[in-house]
Design a protein around this ligand. Structure first.
Ligand code: GLN
Length: 191
């Protein structure tokens, strides 16, 4: 399958590598016209205010709001997929969740934690960098992982979102899950 990585900002190369390790073709997506050539899209981490500004500039906000492509957001990518961002307006409105940005406190800006991610694996290494957490889930959103009381991974149908950066480790199992389960199921439903 062909999986795009939104290539406006953030850890694009690392995501492309995980797509290839999963046995699929990764495409750096810089223009909305490329969306028609892919089967799924990864929205990388970075800084979500900058990411939103760039997405507005290049027409991705409308294109993705109208798109039914499966999407996987990591960190800032999760923030832009949320219906609600605490204290700000929601953006793409793909996941029926409320996210709280920078929610792990200043002293612990960045940390790693082993996570049990439902349907994927019980020993996923999560790298958190000024990470958001998911403060509320609604409707058909399922919770895939938590750190204590904080939700850090969710799925709602064809949309997957995590607070951390799987692409910064060698462990590509979440990306493989996104492609081999979520994207594949979406494609088979289309036929
Ligand atoms: N703190 C960033 C934000 O709120 C996200 C950080 C990240 O993607 N690593 O946009």
């Amino acid at each position: 399958m062909k999986i795009g990585v939104l290539a406006l900002q953030g850890a694009v190369r690392e995501h492309l590598k995980h797509i290839e390790l999963s046995g699929h073709e990764g495409i750096a997506v810089k223009h909305v016209e490329q969306l028609k050539d892919i089967d799924g899209l990864i929205l990388p981490g970075g800084e979500s205010t900058t990411l939103r500004r760039l997405m507005n500039l290049y027409g991705f906000k409308e294109a993705l709001q109208q798109s039914d492509l499966p999407m996987f957001g990591t960190c800032a990518g999760l923030i832009v997929m949320a219906k609600d961002i605490v204290g700000e307006e929601g953006y793409l409105n793909k996941l029926d969740i409320s996210v709280q940005r920078n929610s792990f406190g200043r002293q612990v800006d960045s940390f790693e934690s082993e996570l049990d991610v439902k349907d994927v694996a019980a020993d996923i290494e999560g790298v958190f960098i000024r990470a958001p957490h998911i403060a509320e889930v609604h409707g058909n959103v399922s919770i895939l992982s938590k750190i204590g009381e904080k939700i850090v991974a969710v799925q709602e149908g064809r949309y997957l979102g995590v607070s951390f950066h799987p692409e910064l480790t060698d462990d590509y199992r979440i990306t493989r899950y996104f492609i081999n389960h979520i994207v594949k199921t979406t494609l088979s439903e289309k036929v």
